[in-house]
Ligand binder design. Structure first.
Ligand SMILES: C[S@@+](CC[C@H](N)C(=O)[O-])C[C@H]1O[C@@H](n2cnc3c(N)ncnc32)[C@H](O)[C@@H]1O
Length: 387
């Protein structure tokens, strides 16, 4: 696969004899792999989707030319997967296989639980101080992009859904810049809510908005935070207009800054309590995003009243618990949680004021978005509401 004569060499003298040896570090292994060829502008988005579907060969080096990016795959894709990703070509190419680096688990001797947002790593499970320092330094040595290591000292709490952090290594700050699906978000982890594990979900909702049959959609993000859903929708569906609402003034400040940073001007960012301002948006929305998993039901009536007179799409997020029953597989328990979420949404519409009870609810999709706790899941539901 290589032309060895082109590789750099080292000279050795053994017993006075000149020995030429190819520098070991320069020998890279290559492997012929199926890959996705995609326009560079969609590279990051497709990389995230493939990673989320566990289809990306993370030990092979992604390549690109002026126009296209080539993403190596674990296996070739099915027609359904190609349709889901959209506008990509399948090829087979040679890829450089990267040397595997030691995992954090291998360095510290146990599997620490953490998430990385921008250049900040947050330990999400309590461990003793000595282990904390071990993990923090392993993270900073192993990942040169991590500049701060913090630990969570409160749950996600309050109306703003924020958490308290304590810095345990690195720079003394909680503000960072996070990249997701080709967008950049500035945010302060203590002042606003942000969860990097929603990247795949935001990609799905933005893809649906981009494929919408409604020409100039009016999208309403009821609990917008720093704008992660809103900005991705606004970019992928540039003909649409997004109203992004949040009660947290800091979230709206970051949202406005993030709109500029991502070159987006089809969003109106509004600070306010949706239960106080929803009347202004009555009968205006084609699509509503309700990302407030524990409490979204409390705002269902407001949401339905804001959909256009004929109805529209609801992206609804729910928290469901499903403890496996005796002999039940974890997977079946999850299916039960998804069914519970679907039935609950339909039942909750029936509990609203009379005018809303006649609306028809067609569940188009329901899925696990992320685990929340052992046996608890955030479930995402796409529902078509006809008024
Ligand atoms: C779970 S976070 C979701 C943030 C964002 N959608 C994201 O994906 O990063 C919920 C957001 O709803 C906001 N919120 C809570 N109650 C609200 C209300 N009554 N009206 C408007 N926003 C509210 C919080 O400030 C928080 O930013």
């Amino acid at each position: 696969m290589f032309d060895l004569s082109t590789l750099p060499t080292k000279l050795y003298y053994i017993n006075g004899k000149r020995v030429e040896q190819i520098k070991k570090s320069m020998i890279a292994e290559t492997e012929r792999l199926p890959c996705v060829k995609a326009d560079k502008s969609r590279g990051e988005e497709i990389r995230q989707t493939l990673k989320e579907f566990k289809l990306l060969r993370t030990d092979a080096k992604i390549t690109s030319d002026e126009t296209f990016i080539y993403l190596p795959l674990i296996r070739t894709l099915t027609d359904a997967e190609i349709r889901e990703i959209g506008d990509v070509e399948l090829l087979t190419l040679d890829f450089t296989i990267l040397e595997r680096r030691k995992s954090i688990e291998a360095i510290v001797g146990f599997k620490p639980s953490y998430e990385v947002i921008g250049d900040i790593a947050v330990l999400t499970e309590a461990i003793d101080n000595r282990k904390e320092q071990l993990v923090a330094h392993a993270l900073m040595n192993r990942h040169k992009n991590i500049k701060v290591v913090a630990k969570r000292i409160s749950a996600v709490e309050g109306v703003f859904r924020t958490r308290k952090l304590e810095i345990i290594a690195g720079e003394n700050r909680t503000e960072t810049m996070h990249k997701e699906n080709g967008c950049r978000y500035k945010l302060d982890l203590e002042k606003v809510y942000f969860n990097p594990r929603l990247a795949g979900e935001r990609n799905k909702v933005a893809a649906q908005a981009a494929r919408s049959s409604v020409k100039e959609e009016e999208v309403l993000d009821m609990f917008a935070g720093v704008g992660a859903f809103s900005i991705q929708v606004a970019i992928r569906a540039p003909q649409s207009h997004v109203t992004a609402i949040d009660i947290n003034p800091d979230a709206i400040l970051y949202l406005r800054e993030n709109m500029k940073r991502n070159g987006v001007n089809n969003i109106d960012a509004i600070e306010g309590d949706i239960s106080e301002i929803y009347e202004k948006f009555r009968n205006t929305a084609d699509r509503i995003i309700m990302n407030l998993p524990k409490s979204a039901y409390l705002f269902l009536q407001e949401a339905l009243s804001m959909l256009k007179p004929h109805g529209g799409i609801l992206h609804f997020y729910d928290l469901e618990f499903a403890y496996p029953e005796e002999g039940e597989e974890k997977h079946d328990a999850l299916e039960r949680a998804i069914t519970q979420a679907k039935e609950k949404l339909i039942a909750k519409v029936q509990e609203l004021d009379e005018e809303f009870r006649s609306y028809s609810v067609e569940i188009r999709d329901a899925r696990k978005v992320k685990p929340y706790a052992p046996y608890a899941y955030i479930i995402g539901i796409d529902a078509m509401i006809e008024k």
